[in-house]
Design a protein around this ligand. Structure first.
Ligand SMILES: Cc1cc2nc3c(=O)[nH]c(=O)nc-3n(C[C@H](O)[C@H](O)[C@H](O)COP(=O)(O)O)c2cc1C
Length: 212
């Protein structure tokens, strides 16, 4: 075990430091966020700082980096108030990663990567057809985080598409079953393996294993 102080970490090269600090918070979800601009031009970008904020109302947050670094998704959501979140699977992980390239505002990452936009009546923004778990959101608020010029974008879930085989009798969605990937750091993508599910924990009682 090695002890690092933040003073030491700050002295490192920025890419090394970025990889190190980005990994330390642990495994994360990773998805493609689909949006449209005011002229209905589609945009797609990979995001991994996506977090469940509450089940009722069903709220999801994601962190958007400073506007200069990641401008299109944020501007499109500000304009249209709606967006889709689409899980990533091994079959198209390379194309999903490529959406993080800095394409111009007129360029569609769908066209550039060969991923297929799926247009529906329920949301202005396209879903990703190749994705097996997709949902759409309506913007609730954008909270600027002063310390590092990032934004917490809060959305309410409006529509969800999930294969029924993945939904268990108690509502648990078995994402391993549909091969949704997880991420680590800035560029690592992982398949998952369930260790166990447990019953609701109560003081001084051993939790029961629900599955493994
Ligand atoms: C694995 C991975 C995860 C990423 N996660 C985020 C994220 O959570 N927030 C963010 O602002 N950018 C994230 N990015 C960077 C964006 O994908 C990238 O800046 C992209 O060009 C944004 O496109 P846009 O300007 O069309 O929104 C991530 C990139 C990769 C490769």
């Amino acid at each position: 075990m090695r002890h690092y102080t933040i003073e030491e970490v700050k002295s490192w090269d920025r890419f090394y430091r970025g990889n190190f600090i980005n990994s330390i918070s642990g495994f994360k979800s990773v998805s493609l966020i689909g949006t449209v601009d005011a002229d209905n031009n589609p945009n797609l970008a990979v995001f991994s700082n996506i977090v469940h904020l509450g089940a009722d109302p069903a709220l999801i947050g994601f962190i958007n980096r400073p506007r200069e670094a990641t401008p299109h998704t944020l501007a499109n959501i500000e304009n249209t108030h709606c967006y889709t979140i689409n899980h990533i699977h091994e079959e198209f992980v390379e194309r999903a990663h490529q959406t993080s390239a800095k394409y111009g505002s007129g360029e569609s990452e769908f066209e550039k990567t060969g991923l297929t936009p799926l247009w529906t009546e329920d949301c202005k923004a396209p879903y990703v057809k190749e994705s097996k778990v997709r949902y759409s959101l309506e913007l609730q608020e954008i909270i600027p985080l002063k310390k590092n010029n990032t934004f917490l974008v809060v959305g309410a879930i409006k529509n969800i598409y999930v294969p029924t085989v993945a939904v268990q009798t108690d509502g648990f969605v078995d994402l391993q079953n549909v091969g949704s990937l997880a991420s680590l750091g800035l560029d690592g993508y992982y398949k998952t393996t369930l260790v166990s599910r447990f019953s609701y924990a109560k003081p001084d009682q051993q939790p029961r294993h629900l599955g493994s």
